[in-house]
Design a protein around this ligand. Sequence first.
Ligand code: NDP
Ligand code: GUE
Length: 302
Amino acid sequence: MAEILDGKSFSNKILDEIKDRCEREGLKPGLAVILVGDDPASAVYVKMKEKACNKLGFLSKKFKLPADTKEEELINLISDLNNDNEIDGILLQLPLPSHLDSKKMLELISPEKDVDGFHPVNAGKLFTGQKAFIPCTPRGIIELLKEYKIKMEGKNAVVLGRSNIVGKPMALLLLNENATVTICHSRTKNIAEIARSADILIAAIGKPYFVSGDFIKEGAVVVDVGVNRVDSPEEGEKLFDKNSEKLKKIEEKGYVLAGDVNFEQAKEKASFITPVPGGVGPLTIAMLMKNTLESHLRRRGK
Ligand SMILES: NC(=O)C1=CN([C@@H]2O[C@H](COP(=O)(O)OP(=O)(O)OC[C@H]3O[C@@H](n4cnc5c(N)ncnc54)[C@H](OP(=O)(O)O)[C@@H]3O)[C@@H](O)[C@H]2O)C=CC1
Ligand SMILES: Nc1nc(=O)c2c([nH]1)NC[C@@H]1CN(c3ccc(C(=O)N[C@@H](CCC(=O)O)C(=O)O)cc3)C=[N+]21
């Protein structure tokens, strides 16, 4: 049975270290979070980011804009935050409502304050091996693997998903750690077979329980990035066992979180596995705080 990669407790350890350092050195990093529209999942994530800021004593500025916000208003807000000296990090929560062009908006964030690492300048720097803000989710995964002393050098790593925010930067970071990396996506043929070649398998496709037990090589390390809301009992019954806790959760809460990996099947074969919730998600927040602290220090020449 697989050992759990406990992202939740590792993230708490990182947050404690950041808090101690800020107290010791009298630092007050500032993070601005912009949320446009009222997607319930986004609202939950933004609240978690705010809570983390409060816990660490960071300055936190939250901007909740209506779904019909005009492009110009968002441009003006980003511009104000770029010029606000108290603010070290700007996070524009994705996805944006469809009338707003997220690529264009992300490019307006000053690369020096782009703590998500989504600006093309930071993406390009990561690509060419220069110091940059690294996207929080893949950065958190690398730190988690290191924390558990999981060797990446020379290993076959397979990344499922090629988004700019998870899959692609994840593949680059694994390459930097000297893994041999394969990237799969929606047009990949024989995905299960490729996945089975992985010593390290990263699932970031956004499809609940897509990765079944037969995607997994005996002894593989499995990292589940997916955070999918399953909110209908019918869908739940297709995905989960009859007496699964997850089915009860749908009844109680109206939804349950499911990863991209069928955890019950995968844990029988993997050597290490991240749970959902409590795996990669909390580390994303911890890395956001770390990037914001690093931005604060850099902007003050420290
Ligand atoms: N834990 C955390 O902190 C975070 C979690 N997430 C979660 O991770 C998941 C992925 O997020 P994100 O990268 O933003 O998602 P995107 O939707 O942007 O990208 C999904 C990727 O998966 C690929 N894909 C989709 N369906 C299949 C399939 N059937 N077979 C193979 N590949 C497929 C797509 O391929 P193609 O390119 O060909 O379309 C695409 O590259 C989501 O569940 C999201 O909620 C995301 C960010 C942070
Ligand atoms: N500009 C931008 N930056 C992001 O980093 C970003 C984004 N937009 N849009 C959406 C995705 C998703 N994401 C998550 C962060 C934390 C958890 C997390 O902590 N999840 C908890 C559970 C949370 C719950 O209970 O709902 C867990 O997995 O344990 C999940 C997902 C950041 N994202």
